[in-house]
Design a protein around this ligand. Structure first.
Ligand SMILES: [Zn+2]
Length: 415
């Protein structure tokens, strides 16, 4: 009996074990099959990400949103590239009389420009070297080798919306645009061949984030295009056009960057026009405003759009480089704004910015003009600066006082 019962329990045990093993196998098989399907789904969504970058915005919005980590890019802005005659004459002698070598002017900031994902400059002087001799103030013209240098430095966006854009008349504007047409890596804003060209918003993409660029100027020093000209500039007074362009840019890109030439020269006081236009442009959809023209470093701030979006605005960088004759004209900087795109919400927002102060240095009678980061600048350099002839107080303390007045400490880059 006992052995019978033993046999019976052994059979029951074996059957139970078999049932458990089969159960485990079936569960594993189901789990494996589900996982394989997940992997397939993931692969499909990855493929849809790579095609999304080439498909149109409208199409991509209909696709399932991929779970992609947020991506950040940096957008660098710079001041007035104001090429006085002494600057191109030095470039000519540095090149040994054959051509022009502008590289020593920018050598100490070349790394900052290269490191940014997208770099924007206000090219204050026309580059119409093909049709007219180089010239300085008041009707500027710069050799094409200057443009070559800007491209070599890595500037992606060249703004020509400024008061000197018509210094060489319509022909000079045409020659400048013809020159840039030979440099496809650089997108020109602020000067357009016709209405269609003006409506063709310049887009520069980095790491899958699209940035749109527009150039606007308050005035053109009393010079105007002929009435029948097809060429176009965007004047700050044409607010209906500006609103339309910004809204269009916003519909095409993640980030709208405005290069604007405005305000009064040699003053730290913002004009009412600057303040009003800045807030309006932010409300219409501008995400970053790079202001220029006053030739001194004006306020860096953050404006808030009606929906709460934060938008960095620098009212004026001062001169990236110049041979102007006041200590205040020597102080400027590079502003690097970080924008981060959250692919879940499909929105790019301002997450950080750093302002790196720079100083234009020259010796007696404007010799050896070059740009220094303030972090590499010394009182000995300030003492030797040719500008002390006009501003005897020029010193490190003088420079720091200007920077502290316009740039909030939290945004100041120390190195
Ligand atoms: Zn200007």
């Amino acid at each position: 009996m006992k052995s019978d019962r033993n046999n019976q329990s052994r059979v029951i045990f074996r059957v139970s074990l078999a049932v458990i093993l089969v159960g485990v196998c079936v569960t594993s098989l189901i789990y494996f099959l589900q996982n394989t399907n997940n992997i397939k789904a993931q692969t499909a969504s990855e493929i849809s990400v790579s095609t999304q970058t080439v498909s149109s915005e409208a199409e991509s919005k209909n696709e399932t949103k991929p779970a992609k980590k947020p991506v950040s890019i940096t957008i660098l802005g710079a001041g007035d590239d104001l090429i006085h005659d002494v600057i191109y004459k030095q470039a000519q002698s540095r090149a040994g009389g054959k051509g022009y070598d502008f590289s020593p002017v920018y050598a100490r900031i070349a790394g900052d420009i290269k490191n940014a994902d997208i770099s924007v400059i206000n090219q204050e002087t026309p580059i119409a070297g093909k049709i007219a001799a180089p010239s300085g103030y008041p009707r500027f013209n710069s050799p094409t080798q200057l443009g070559d240098e800007l491209v070599r430095l890595g500037f992606d966006v060249i703004n020509h919306a400024n008061n000197h854009v018509l210094d060489q008349n319509e022909r000079g504007l045409a020659a400048t645009l013809d020159y840039w047409a030979t440099k496809p890596s650089a997108k020109v804003v602020g000067a357009y061949r016709n209405d269609e060209d003006l409506q063709n918003i310049r887009i520069v993409e980095a790491k899958g984030i699209k940035t749109a660029h527009i150039g606007i100027t308050e005035m053109t020093n009393g010079l105007y295009l002929p009435k029948n000209s097809s060429y176009r500039l965007i004047y700050a007074s044409d607010t209906a056009l500006i609103e339309q362009l910004i809204k269009k840019a916003k519909s095409m890109a993640d980030v709208v960057v405005i290069s604007v030439h405005w305000g009064n020269e040699n003053t730290y006081t913002l004009s009412d026009k600057q303040k009003t236009l800045a807030q309006n442009m932010v409300d219409w959809g501008a995400d970053i405003i790079f202001g220029n023209h006053p030739h001194v470093l004006q306020k860096l701030t953050v404006l808030t759009r009606k929906d709460g979006t934060k938008c960095p605005v620098i009212f004026a960088f001062g001169n990236l480089v110049s041979a102007q004759q006041s200590g205040d004209n020597m102080v400027s900087g590079l502003l690097t704004v970080t924008m981060t795109k959250d692919f879940a919400t499909d929105k790019a927002t301002f997450t950080d910015m750093k302002f790196k102060p720079i100083v234009t240095q020259y010796g007696k009678r404007c010799t050896n003009i070059t740009i220094y980061p303030l972090s590499q600048y010394t009182d000995a350099l300030a003492q030797a600066h040719g500008v002390r002839r006009y501003t005897p107080a020029f010193s490190l303390k003088y420079i720091n006082a200007i920077v502290d007045k316009s740039i909030p400490k939290e945004y100041l880059q120390k190195d």
